[in-house]
Design a protein around this ligand. Sequence first.
Ligand code: GLU
Length: 476
Amino acid sequence: MTPIQEPSFRESVDIMFNRAVALMDLPPGLEEKIRVCNATYTVRFGVRLRGQIQTFTGYRSVHSEHMEPVKGGIRYSMGVNQDEVEALAALMTYKCALVEAPFGGSKGGLCIDPREYDEHELELITRRFAYELVKRDLIHPSQNVPAPDMGTGEREMAWIADQYARMNTTDINSKACVTGKPLNAGGIAGRVEATGRGVQYALQEFFRYPEDIAKAGLDGTLDGKRVVVQGLGNVGFHAAKFLSEEDGSKIVAVIERDGGIYDPNGINIEELRAWLAKHGGVKGYPHGQYAEDGSTLLEVECDILIPAALEGVINLGNAAQIQAPLIIEAANGPVTAGADEILREKGCVIIPDMYANAGGVTVSYFEWVKNLSHIRFGRMQRRQEEARHQLVVDELEELAASTGNGWKLSPGFKDKYLKGAGELELVRSGLDDTMRIAYQSMRAVWHNRDDVTDLRTAAYLVAIDKVASSYRAKGL
Ligand code: GLU
């Protein structure tokens, strides 16, 4: 539990913002203009369910409109409140600026436990919530574009898109009103796993710089690194799966709602996820040790800690006990401002949320562009690219035959080289590029400025500078 003396989530974000902005030279007043949340709309609406009217409370907060549309997910959780959506909307502003997704920041939420309702009920509730937001242009392809977040996914996004289309029958761009849709409803390949993939790409980029690895007191590569993951939802699951299957990292602990599993030999993530889906929790999983109080596993010895669930899980109550030398914030706001200070003093390196989980909004950006251009990425160039590659392969093979010295193309080369990039390959390439460039912009500040000693402050400096330039360009 978060100790009482901690500031709220929004205050925590503001503290981090203020630390960074104190190192900048912004025109008077601009700092406050950037920090404050422009508007938060609260809606209470009724839906007739199970023979009676139930009232729900939802929010859509717009933090900054320096670029439009504004962007950010819609969360379904009992913890949703105004402070939380405003903190999350602010993080969206900085996140989009950092990864150069051309959006302002927004976030929405509905105070609901989605597990309490069946699919049909959730559809009624979602459509009614969407109706309220569409009516006020808080869902709109050129003004405000939601996406999935905790408790929502493709299914909810498809309902929202359809609700918008019903209310805007002549809008040719209606599909661009929301991202994270299923592929058959205007979605894009690779969006579901995008945030987890982004976490993997962020770590891969971090491990390309020996000086950065050394700052965390680590060495080598991701291969063999012991990883603790908190939350096996969409983000935590994909990050853990890719890191263990593709980079050789060992997932030694997974923490879920009902406890945690610890196995120093490494957990099979697909298997544990299947168990979780079937049994609703990790308890009883036949491998590793079960810990009823999962939060104790945040404190085990490991190389990388990935909080991928709720905000505030690393706080004044446990920060001093955290042993991980490297934390990557796959969730939004998992480390409170107070904990951040303790961890920084201990020398722990934190790859901050606004960068680490930006893979989701990055691929959302690609989806939005796809929807506006009404064409799948790769459709025009793929076969042309393959034909040109075929020319090279034919030429090489002819050359090899004419030399007569037995020279051959390496096995597998031909297949790999001949295959033109489809949408998924292009999305991955765009995401990888985005994560690399954003990391490089942060690390340049981290390494070049004596007064910046952590990646979070560096990230804020880069992001705030970009937002400030937008305001300047507007003449504000
Ligand atoms: N909800 C995700 C986030 O917090 C994705 C937002 C989006 O794609 O707009 O970044």
